[in-house]
Ligand binder design. Structure first.
Ligand SMILES: NC(=O)C1=CN([C@@H]2O[C@H](COP(=O)(O)OP(=O)(O)OC[C@H]3O[C@@H](n4cnc5c(N)ncnc54)[C@H](O)[C@@H]3O)[C@@H](O)[C@H]2O)C=CC1
Ligand SMILES: O=C(O)[C@@H]1CCC=N1
Length: 274
């Protein structure tokens, strides 16, 4: 696997918000030369602006020649307008890596010259602490070397799963791309339920956060399947069994609710294709 310091030429990041900023931080942390990175963004958030200034990464450079990689991390809704402006900066050998939800390989190929190498991917926000997971698909123009470069850039924020079938990206968006929000909602609602049941609200909040964080870490570190970890909490006819009878209800439990949520997110991803 190439290390980031080996990437030839420049890496141009278009859109350095939550996701683009987290990726850039990961790249610089893993050895990408700041002089070989550049950002196009009319208004990056203050913490990203500070990172750019602190590390000497060029913001909105007027020249520099075609980058070897252009990473696109603007909102999918503004993609046509933004890409119309930045596409001319790409050269024949530029690899385009998109992290935009919904925007398809066909859309991206329509914006850049025929034959442009394009990777469509979907990361998630634990990328900010190097614990993200990204699912990626490459078009036929992507060379082996370019795929390894894309892999190294995406892997700077966590794991990477490559798929061959682009339809999997909409489904992955609904599971891992949006998934952190489902887990954060669980922490919010668990705290609320605890407070409603009579715990002091601040204690309920601390217990819920620590429970979600600790349970996630246990999955990560133990390597034990979530179903087995669940059973390890569940004493026969005990308190957990009483709660799970509600949460695992075939009609109104987590199962059917999450299936509906995942289907809604995947549908929205397909709508964003534009
Ligand atoms: N936040 C998330 O959980 C995930 C986001 N994504 C994708 O990442 C992309 C970015 O999302 P976020 O970082 O959350 O949004 P964000 O709003 O934090 O960042 C977008 C950035 O684009 C910049 N921007 C706006 N107009 C621009 C222009 N004309 N040229 C260059 N930059 C411009 C904004 O100033 C902002 O810094 C989206 O396409 C989203 O679908 C993908 C997976 C997860
Ligand atoms: O909500 C969204 O559209 C983006 C994509 C996945 C997570 N956030």
């Amino acid at each position: 696997m190439p290390v980031l310091s080996d990437i030839p030429g420049r890496v141009l990041l278009v859109g350095a918000g939550k996701m683009g900023g987290a990726m850039l931080e990961g790249w610089l942390g893993l050895g990408l030369d700041p002089a070989k990175a550049a950002v196009i963004d009319p208004g990056p958030p203050p913490e990203v602006a500070a990172l750019l200034e602190g590390r000497g990464v060029a913001l909105n450079p007027l020249n520099g020649g075609p980058p070897s990689v252009m990473v696109v991390a603007v909102k999918p809704q503004v993609a046509p307008e933004v890409l119309a402006k930045v596409a001319p900066l790409a050269g024949a050998d530029t690899l385009v890596v998109s992290v935009m939800a919904g925007r398809t390989l066909a859309f991206l190929e329509s914006v850049f010259p025929a034959g442009t190498a394009v990777v469509r991917s979907i990361p998630n926000t634990p990328a900010a602490i190097g614990r993200g997971v990204t699912v990626a698909v490459a078009n036929d123009a992507v060379t082996d070397v370019q795929r390894r470069i894309a892999d190294a850039l995406l892997r700077a924020t966590g794991g990477v799963e490559w798929v061959e079938d682009e339809d999997m990206i909409d489904l992955a968006t609904a599971v891992s791309g949006s998934g952190p929000a489902y887990v954060f909602l669980l922490a919010e609602e668990l705290a609320k339920a605890g407070a409603a049941a009579g715990l002091p609200a601040d204690l309920a909040d601390r217990l819920a956060r620590q429970t979600v964080a600790g349970a996630g870490e246990l999955i990560a570190r133990s390597g034990i399947e979530p179903g087995v970890l669940r059973q390890n909490v569940t004493s026969p006819n005990g308190t957990t069994a009483a709660a799970l009878a509600v949460l695992m209800d075939a009609n109104r439990g987590f199962g059917p609710l999450l299936a509906e949520a995942v289907a809604a997110a995947a549908r929205r991803s397909r709508e964003l294709a534009g």
